[in-house]
Design a protein around this ligand. Structure first.
Ligand code: AMP
Length: 546
């Protein structure tokens, strides 16, 4: 017997329709590439998203065809999010921080038909368009009178002219909720990048889950600043969850430095912000240097790489801000775990609570996880045993885009579970803690050393801005950890002082054998440390003889 409830597919268009009907005066504020602040409301977003859909019809872009963006977080990007996916096309957010050759490879692989880009990325588009073999239309996100002449880009049109001539009458089509809605390529540190192809169903379910109290706890009372880019896993799904909750949205545009982010947090009375640790490092640096305080911010979600304890402490102790440590992946839409306390933890001491807050967090309903050993056997949830972390759920990839076309293709899944490439523990309360990427784990004398633990200690030193721990060959122990360190401007610390700083903070045999001071640590297009690159630059490095 089937249930007798209405069968309504979970479509992204339902989010924007809902926001228009029930949160029409919810505000969306954007710092624009043009330098000014733009304000409007969900009702305007809905109208202009429909114009985008009509504009795509006018270009005869077919169902499931890809429409790419190269854009910062802003209202026009948000209109494209809903106009493209809502009308049945697939939104492809390109990462402007990639090398132009990678942009070309990815755009051709995705077979993008249209590219919408911010004025600040004009030079990238000029460098790549001749090699992008499938893109037929280029749209610059600007007013008609701001469109530059003689760019050499064929069929270039301004966004405002493109949608301005379209009617705002449009009926969102109804189709299978499993249809593709958007795609995002993984960072691709080894081999060619691979694309996660999200569906309407996976996106809407993820949007529901992201808004839950033990996840981002989003509501119509919030003012939300996604610093995490809309070109990196859909800004962690915030554009969709925002439409679902009617929260105020504040888009930072291209200005991600400490001062710009702080000014926006204050002027727009932001209550909740989301971003990777490097962005918060810049914000905290600006605030500390200028003796500033937050007046409305009450929580921030930090993820994408491990959040150092020093950062959680700074937000918590110095500013009274709740830090929610989060973990996920492009392949997971991206949210997997978030770290919030359970009722029984509330009476624990601050130190005990801190031990929990440092973990990547608990599973969100819709995402299950397990850890396994080398033989594939599931490991206990005792907070000690660590192994490969596997996940499954309706917003986790089953296979990569076009993977089935490759002769050598094999499913990325292992018995229906997706291997994350992370190594982790899970404690009896279900809190997962990443110890490493499997390829970054250091094995010394048969024992494992977590590079994240070693880095966290280094960045707690007041003179250290950034630190990366890698293993180097050792004739007796196989590998020993060394730490590459970027000093804070105007600060100093010696090798000996930093090694002494580890005393008592970790087991003696885990203390790095050496400190290498560097000007910068190579970062990838999504702000993660590129340890492969670092290892390459250290290839002639020799451990000191003890
Ligand atoms: P991406 O697909 O580019 O978002 O990268 C996903 C990877 O980032 C994960 O598999 C982890 O290795 C890493 N990552 C994400 N969040 C965290 C976190 N909170 N702590 C440690 N590593 C993280």
């Amino acid at each position: 017997m089937l249930g007798l409830m209405q069968n309504q597919p979970l479509l992204i268009s339902s989010l924007i329709e809902f926001a228009e009907r029930h949160h029409s005066d919810g505000e969306i504020v954007s710092r624009r590439v043009e330098g000014d602040i733009h304000r409007y409301f969900y009702k305007d977003l809905a109208i202009r998203s429909r114009q985008v859909a009509n504009a795509l019809d006018a270009l005869t872009i077919g169902f499931s065809e890809r429409v790419a963006t190269l854009a910062w977080n802003g209202y026009r990007h948000m209109e494209i999010y809903f106009g493209v996916s809502g009308s049945g096309r697939v939104l492809h957010t390109l990462n402007p921080r990639l090398h132009p050759d990678q942009v070309v490879w990815i755009a051709n692989h995705a077979e993008d038909q249209v590219l919408c880009f911010d004025a600040s990325f004009l030079a990238i588009v000029q460098a790549v368009h001749a090699r992008c073999t499938t893109i037929k239309h280029y749209v610059m996100l600007c007013d008609a009178d701001k469109l530059p002449q003689d760019t050499g880009i064929p069929n270039l049109i301004s966004y405002e002219a493109w949608i301005g001539r379209q009617s705002s009458d449009y009926t969102w089509p109804v189709f299978d909720e499993n249809s593709a809605s958007s795609m995002c390529y993984t960072s691709g540190t080894t081999g060619n990048p691979k694309a996660a192809l999200y569906s309407h169903r996976s996106t809407v379910l993820h949007a529901y889950a992201a808004a839950l109290p033990d996840v981002m706890n989003l509501s119509a009372r919030d003012s939300v600043l996604p610093v995490v880019p809309m070109f990196h896993v859909n800004a962690w799904g915030i554009p969709y969850s925002a439409a679902l909750t009617g929260c105020k949205l504040v888009f930072p545009g291209p200005a991600l430095d400490g001062k710009s982010v702080y000014d926006l947090l204050e002027s727009e009375k932001v209550t909740f912000a989301a971003g990777v640790p490097t962005v918060w490092q810049m914000l905290l640096g600006h605030m500390q240097a200028n003796g500033l305080r937050f007046s409305t911010l009450n929580r921030t979600v930090i993820g994408g790489s491990a959040c150092p304890p020093a950062m959680i402490n700074a937000f918590n102790d110095d500013y009274g801000i709740d830090v929610l440590h989060a973990w996920g992946m492009t392949e997971m839409s991206p949210l997997g775990t978030l770290c919030t306390l359970k009722n029984k933890h509330l009476l624990l001491s601050k130190e005990e609570q801190m031990k929990i807050r440092l973990k990547q967090g608990r599973a969100i309903y819709g995402m299950d996880m397990k850890i396994i050993d080398e033989a594939g056997k599931e490991l206990p949830h005792d907070g000690k045993a660590f192994g490969d972390l596997l996940v499954k759920g309706p917003w986790i990839v089953a296979e990569y885009f076009k993977q089935s076309e490759e002769a050598s293709a094999k499913s990325p899944l292992v018995d229906g579970w997706f291997p994350t490439g992370d190594v982790a523990t899970i404690d009896p309360d279900g809190y997962m803690q990443i110890t490493d990427r499997s390829k970054d784990v250091i094995k010394s004398g048969g024992e494992w050393i977590s590079s994240i633990d070693i880095e966290n200690i280094a960045v707690a030193h007041p003179a250290v801005a950034m630190a990366a721990c890698v293993g180097v060959y050792h004739p007796k122990w196989d590998e020993r950890p060394i730490i590459a360190v970027v000093k804070k401007p105007g600060s100093d610390v010696s090798r000996e002082a930093l090694i002494a700083f580890y005393e008592g903070k970790t087991a003696k045999w885990q203390i790095p054998d050496d400190v290498v001071f560097v000007d910068a640590i190579p970062l990838g297009a999504t702000g993660k440390m590129l340890k492969n690159k670092l290892r390459e630059t250290l290839k002639d490095y020799k451990l000191p003889q003890n």
